[in-house]
Ligand binder design. Structure first.
Ligand SMILES: Nc1ncnc2c1ncn2[C@@H]1O[C@H](COP(=O)(O)OP(=O)(O)OP(=O)(O)O)[C@@H](O)[C@H]1O
Length: 238
């Protein structure tokens, strides 16, 4: 290449990138953008969880740590998977909404946040094959459009094992699946399973005169893994 040609190419490239940045700025101002590299505002998420979510010190701690680590890691090896357990009305959907809003201002209404409710979206056992295909297409299509897509599955305890099998390939350590990388995606699973075991542990702490805030994840994990995952959720563990 002659020097003049190079200079023109460079000028053209910098003008083009200037134009792209400019148009990106405007399009993101007026419509929603998927900014995979935008850093997570950790203080805002912390404040939101501490101010809005009541009595769930473990969920607050774990979610904050997991999301911060995941979003700060430029080389995550697999998607972030969070599994939230508890009785009805303990705030699992509420906390997912807080997480979604901290990733995308539109929260659950964002084009990049997808909420599935087992009994609503996958009601008929005889349609499992169709659901599997549609769900896999949906996940694939949305992650290829936005790597930082969020998928929330409510009522996991009512989800057909076939649907869990359809989700599983996206959760593993793969560089790419069919040319798409799922390593920046976030999957949140909500379940009532184990709610009774969590309540029993909490009651045991109370009977022993210990504070609720003293309960640690290690007090619940063994109980949940034996009581929940070794039972109904075998297919998620496989
Ligand atoms: N820990 C909490 N802190 C603050 N508000 C809460 C909490 N738990 C529940 N709520 C309030 O109750 C509403 C219902 O809770 P939510 O739907 O999140 O419960 P859930 O655990 O998802 O229940 P389900 O298992 O029935 O889906 C929330 O929108 C929120 O207003």
């Amino acid at each position: 290449l002659e020097p003049v040609t190079v200079a023109i190419s460079i000028a053209a490239v910098s003008a083009l990138s200037g134009y792209l940045t400019y148009s990106d700025f405007f399009s993101c101002r007026f419509s929603e953008c998927c900014k995979e590299d935008r850093p997570l505002n950790v203080s805002a998420l912390k404040l939101d969880l501490e101010k809005k979510l009541f009595g769930q010190h473990l969920a607050t701690e774990v979610i904050l740590k997991a999301l911060t680590g995941f979003r700060n890691n430029k080389n995550s090896k697999k998607p972030l998977t969070l599994s939230l357990h508890g009785w009805a009305g303990t705030g699992k959907n509420f906390v997912s909404q807080i997480v979604a809003e901290n990733l995308y201002p539109k929260g659950l209404k964002s084009n990049f946040v997808h909420l599935f409710v087992s009994t609503l979206h996958f009601p008929h056992e005889q349609q499992i094959k169709l659901y599997q295909n549609q769900l896999q297409k949906w996940i694939r299509g949305n992650v290829s459009a936005c790597g930082l897509s969020v998928f929330i599955f409510d009522e996991m305890d009512k989800l057909h094992p076939g649907i869990i099998d359809a989700i599983k390939p996206f959760l593993d350590y793969y560089e790419q699946v069919d040319g798409i990388s799922y390593r920046k995606a976030i999957f949140i699973f909500l379940s009532n399973a184990g709610g009774d075991l969590i309540t029993k542990t909490t009651l045991d702490f109370w009977r022993a005169g210990r504070k609720r805030e003293e309960i640690q994840l290690k007090d619940l994990e063994p109980v949940l893994s034996v009581g929940v995952f070794n039972n109904k959720h075998k297919s998620l563990e496989r």
